[in-house]
Design a binder for this molecule. Structure first.
Ligand code: ZN
Length: 203
């Protein structure tokens, strides 16, 4: 049986991949704007960590909302980067591929600050784990970092900075825009870790 992870190429999922060393990492191009860079960063990380990288492409462009898509943000969205039912979509797609690759577990790297959307909460992970374990395949869905801040996860993982800094967090583009919530979080985490000396000095 194999252990899988959802790897977006952001700081949190890189740190979790380093911590748990899965057999397979799934990166999904569901039509999000930064997909190309998420895939290339994840591919680099998998080569460095000797993890099998599996890319799944399913075009859900017309179903998106907000920053990651070309559609306007739905009124119900808790934030501009929210994409409806995203995590259950990604978990389902990874498990659809993973069931044929003999995975027994799929881990995700959501952290405490992701709980502003329902599919980034502990309660969501309990429910989706129940559902995926109920179905054929009996795949366990875990989120080991759900009670941690990004900096706690990164520190605990002991991921070397030369690996972590490959991370790409921009929601809107393949080259970091510097102003979206993903870029701002990326910058804040780097500053908290004492890694972004240049921008700290400019403040
Ligand atoms: Zn950005």
């Amino acid at each position: 049986m194999n252990k899988g992870i959802l790897l977006s190429g952001g700081l949190d999922s890189i740190a979790l991949a380093y911590l748990i060393r899965p057999d397979i990492a799934f990166t999904i191009d569901y039509g999000q704007k930064p997909a190309k860079t998420e895939i290339s960063v994840s591919d680099k990380i998998c080569k460095l960590l000797n993890i099998h990288h599996e890319v799944i492409t399913v075009d859900c462009t017309c179903l998106g909302s907000g920053d990651l898509s070309n559609n306007k943000t739905l009124a119900i969205a808790p934030s501009t980067e929210w994409w409806p039912y995203r995590n259950q979509l990604l978990i389902t797609l990874a498990c659809m591929k993973g069931i044929a690759m003999d995975i027994s577990e799929l881990a995700l790297g959501s952290v405490k600050t992701d709980s502003f959307h329902k599919d980034g909460t502990n309660s969501f992970y309990d429910k989706i784990n129940d559902l995926m374990q109920y179905q054929e395949g009996n795949i366990k869905v875990t989120c080991p970092s759900i009670h941690m801040m990004s900096t706690e996860l990164i520190t605990m993982s002991k991921v070397p900075m030369e690996i972590l800094l490959w991370g790409h967090s921009c929601h809107t583009a393949n080259i970091p825009c510097g102003i979206c919530p993903g870029c701002l979080k990326h910058l804040r985490v780097k500053q908290d870790l004492g890694l972004d000396i240049e921008s700290s000095e400019n403040q």
